[in-house]
Design a protein around this ligand. Structure first.
Ligand code: ATP
Length: 202
């Protein structure tokens, strides 16, 4: 899966729409301290379904919305659009009609996040699985935050295993297993209740 473009509108310091084309090969981002280099990586993690505001250096998810400066008022909405090359058709079947996928996440103050893939509204989980299956995503070990290396060295073995699972592309399977286990538990408790009703009737 290749990222081909990233667009930010009102995301953190990117108050004006900014679009970056991501060409094949190595991409470097350079700029003075505080110009927004880390914000770009955070935009990537965010559009792929990041759920932890702390990992995006905020205290709540709405902190990703442009908060204003002396010269410009704050915004009520932030949006990130990630364009992904799907010409090898590796995305889940429901998205495979398209050779290019446009994934959008938008947050509006007081209304939470909304996700779209090629214009169709989808769940956060659909977007997270789309990227997890391709061995990337908000928690991808390919996206290294400042301080993350020392965190990894000090991490518990189980947390380190998670990093290897993300890299191996099995994180999506783990999420699906968890979802299936929850459904199974729900079905078991329904069966128990049904048995109670049958017992009462007998
Ligand atoms: P360094 O090289 O020092 O690591 P950087 O280029 O990675 O810096 P970032 O950390 O991405 O810079 O950007 C920090 C800037 O983004 C700060 O000026 C901060 O005020 C601004 N910023 C962060 N969140 C918001 C927000 N919600 N609204 C407006 N500006 C924001």
């Amino acid at each position: 899966m290749k990222f081909t473009a990233l667009k930010l509108i009102g995301f953190k310091s990117f108050v004006d729409p900014a679009e970056l084309r991501i060409e094949p090969g190595l991409t470097g981002i350079i700029g003075p301290n505080g110009c927004g280099k880390s914000n770009l990586l955070e935009a990537l993690r965010w559009v792929m379904g990041a759920t932890s505001a702390k990992s995006l250096r905020g205290s709540g998810m709405e902190d990703v919305i442009f908060s204003g400066t002396d010269a410009r008022p704050s915004r009520d909405r932030a949006e990130v659009v990630l364009t992904v090359d799907n010409s090898d058709r590796t995305a889940p079947a429901r998205f495979n009609d398209h050779a290019s996928l446009e994934v959008i996440r938008r947050i509006t103050r007081g209304a939470g996040s909304l996700y779209k893939v090629n214009g169709e509204e989808v769940r956060a989980k659909d977007v997270q699985l789309l990227f997890a299956d391709a061995s990337t995503g908000a928690n991808s070990p390919a996206l290294v935050r400042q301080g993350q290396i020392s965190e990894l060295i000090a991490a518990k073995p189980e947390n380190r295993r998670r990093v290897l699972e993300e890299a191996a592309g099995v994180a999506g399977l783990r999420a699906r297993r968890h979802e299936s286990e929850l459904r199974l538990k729900g079905a078991e408790s329904n069966l128990d209740r049904l048995q109670d009703v049958i017992d009462d009737l007998e």
